[in-house]
Design a protein around this ligand. Structure first.
Ligand code: S3P
Length: 192
């Protein structure tokens, strides 16, 4: 887990940045371990957004962990579940949506996210990603592939999709969750 840090300024109220913003969704995309879940949690806690974690929604509906969905039904089935959840989230307001790292693979997902959300790409180097995910066993794509070379290659393959989908990118290496979250909220407020 990376350090959350506390960087709200002395007189700043929780969520004060959001009052100037349009009530719109924020979709966080990026590679596994880029910080989407941690940052979406922070945005929910500090900026008054609802939170939707696509992987969590899928696990709840399917009644089993992601690794089991992959093992029992295959990746294609998981991707169908992912697309269905993204479509459903179109009715949400002021929600921060944490997408799985592969959500950008399907064009329709990006198109559906774009309808209601600013899409923010979180990035980190393969080395940073490995540090963050190496003890986890709940990512079927990385099980048996837990090394910088594999992570770097898959990231490279997906890079163009991530870049094309995103409104902007936030580099997370060496930053706290709080700093990344504030950077996102400040940049979004300037886009309004
Ligand atoms: C995946 C990323 C995972 C999860 C699934 C597939 C991917 O989500 O959706 O294991 O293809 O990159 P996180 O990015 O939240 O780990």
């Amino acid at each position: 887990m990376w350090n959350t840090g506390i960087i709200l300024k002395k007189n700043q109220k929780k969520g004060s940045l959001t009052s100037e913003m349009k009530k719109e969704n924020i979709a966080l995309i990026g590679f596994m371990g880029a910080g989407k879940s941690a940052v979406s949690q922070y945005i929910q806690d500090r900026f008054g957004y609802e939170k939707a974690e696509i992987d969590q929604l899928i696990m709840q509906k399917e009644g089993m962990p992601i690794t089991e969905i992959f093992a029992k039904h295959g990746e294609g089935y998981f991707r169908d579940c992912e697309s269905r959840e993204i479509l459903r989230l179109g009715s949400r307001k002021k929600t921060v949506i944490s997408c799985g790292g592969g959500a950008v693979i399907r064009k329709e997902n990006v198109e559906n996210l774009k309808k209601t959300s600013r899409i923010i790409l979180l990035t980190a180097s393969p080395e940073t990603i490995l540090k963050r995910v190496k003890h986890s066993t709940d990512r079927p794509i990385l099980n048996g592939n837990m090394n910088v070379e594999y992570i770097g290659e898959l990231m490279e393959k997906r890079q163009a999709l991530y870049q094309a989908a995103a409104d902007f990118e936030v580099i997370t290496d060496g930053k706290t969750i709080a700093a990344v979250s504030r950077e996102i909220m400040e940049r979004i407020s300037k886009m309004e």
